[in-house]
Design a protein around this ligand. Sequence first.
Ligand SMILES: Cc1cc2nc3c(=O)[nH]c(=O)nc-3n(C[C@H](O)[C@H](O)[C@H](O)COP(=O)(O)OP(=O)(O)OC[C@H]3O[C@@H](n4cnc5c(N)ncnc54)[C@H](O)[C@@H]3O)c2cc1C
Length: 571
Amino acid sequence: MSISQSRSQSHTPSDHSRYDVVVLGSGPAGQRAAIASVKSGRRTLMIEKRSVVGGTCINTGTIPSKSFREAVVYLSGYREHAIYGESYAVKREITMDDLNARASYVMKCERDIIQAQAYRNGIDMLYGAASFVDPHTVMICLADDCGTRTISAQTIVIATGSEVAQVGDIEFDGEHILNSDSILTMSDIPRTLTVVGAGVIGIEYASMFAALGTRVTLVDARPDLLSFVDREIADELAHYLRSQWVTLRLGEELTSCAVLPDGHVKTTLASGKVIVTEKTLHAIGRNGATADLNLAAAGLEADKRGKLTVNEHYQTAVPHIYAVGDVVGFPALASTSMAQGRIAASHAAHVAFNPMPEVFPYGIYSVPEISMVGRTEEDLTHANVPYEVGKAYYRHVARGQIIGDSVGMLKLIFCPKTHKIYGVHIIGENASELVHTGQAVMALGGTVDYFVDAVVNYPTLSELYKIAAHNGLNRVAGASADGLADLPATKLAPVEKRETAAAEKQAVDTADTTEQHGAATPKEQGAVAATATHGMAPVEEHEGATAEEHGVPTADLVGAASGGRNGKKSR
Ligand SMILES: Cc1cc2nc3c(=O)[nH]c(=O)nc-3n(C[C@H](O)[C@H](O)[C@H](O)COP(=O)(O)OP(=O)(O)OC[C@H]3O[C@@H](n4cnc5c(N)ncnc54)[C@H](O)[C@@H]3O)c2cc1C
């Protein structure tokens, strides 16, 4: 559907200039706010500054980058390298056009869906830039020089998202020095690339280009990779990136970035290092998109990063004006933005709603993928909360071998007494899908015992949960048997079956295959639990968890970066 077609198919306001609800922005936050508003019977107008709906999410951020990743992984043959060798590729000479073709297709489909949803639900649409005239009125500079319109509303929802932050005096020229809005407009895949900012966006693009064979240098002033991610998982990622010839320059301050006469980009660090590459990507921050809203006319003020402050209902300091999505900052995810939009609209309409869940997942679409829900080892250690860990490796389950993922790992962190799950952390194929099983068990108050008892399809990656649960409970059992823990007997089914270490080992050897084929009898389950430790997933001592504070990603999704082990890891 072309832009003009999509615009003509949307409802446009006719002679009405008063609405119950006006939503500024058609990204995930705005869309959900608008839909929830009309569903509660309120006349709703959604205003969009761009010529198309969908916001950063559909047009420059989430969807293009994830579609690009899928094209990289497919065309480079990444998933097949472990089986068919490093030389395997679906296409030898991959171009940016090849990669962007997929993104364009998905973006078009997504816009069409959003447009159809707005139409079906009776949401009026206007294309133009909105700004406040007073707390109940906005003026819209209509697109295509079609003049202005003034609209008033009982409720106004600011869902204007975020925009790339300026970095000192660095000029993004869209050709040599790029940002996350312009990176995919490059005409050719660079042979060398410097990525400044090792947060989520920087790491995603660094790993994607590394998978394409680009020599990437990743620079960040922070000493650790992704400080909010479990250290062991972040270290695995660092280790894998190095194996892909990514050079990590962490704890390094940027001093300048300039285009050389031959078109290369020279990046200079405070330590004196100079990096010269074909292109440079700066992924170091996004500010709330509020500069053009004339907030003062509404009685509002944004902070120095353009962000608005809200309460738990997403009301700003002016109660009938709500703000949702990236414009309010953390966690600045498409997923949470949608939930915020729905909550704000429901609150404004006096419709009952569930508050924002305390626990929500993060997906980091690096190559390999990372996903997590809940607390990390470092966070728990810092809070003096005792915990136990159960791990399972993709290479130890049949599905992992079938798909050729020898990097992946799933880790459960749980309370050794109650078995309540504190966190699920995954690196590997489909991590961002797989995490939702753990999230559901956590949200419903389940324990790791659920995974021991559940029958899961075979062969699947879901078996990882089962193995990790056995592995973790076996560690608890070990601690209990050694008199190291005071645990309720009812929680220790696998422990009750433990006898001596020698008997356990013998049981493991016979049970090993049984568990792999999903045919463990109740009698065998105790032995299977031991298998996870001594047979399939070798026990590792907990790493000395640092008392690092649980970091939160900044609104721009830029985290921090850590070193990690040296050495090459085959995939
Ligand atoms: C490269 C990248 C990758 C990402 N990957 C992920 C991911 O994998 N998963 C994830 O959950 N999140 C991801 N994000 C974050 C995600 O895109 C945002 O959290 C999400 O888009 C925020 O939604 P929003 O509705 O608040 O804002 P946006 O999607 O930015 O939408 C805001 C809309 O408001 C419009 N607008 C602005 N000002 C005005 C005005 N004055 N009048 C009218 N309209 C206006 C804008 O044009 C825009 O269309 C990524 C972001 C980037 C940049």
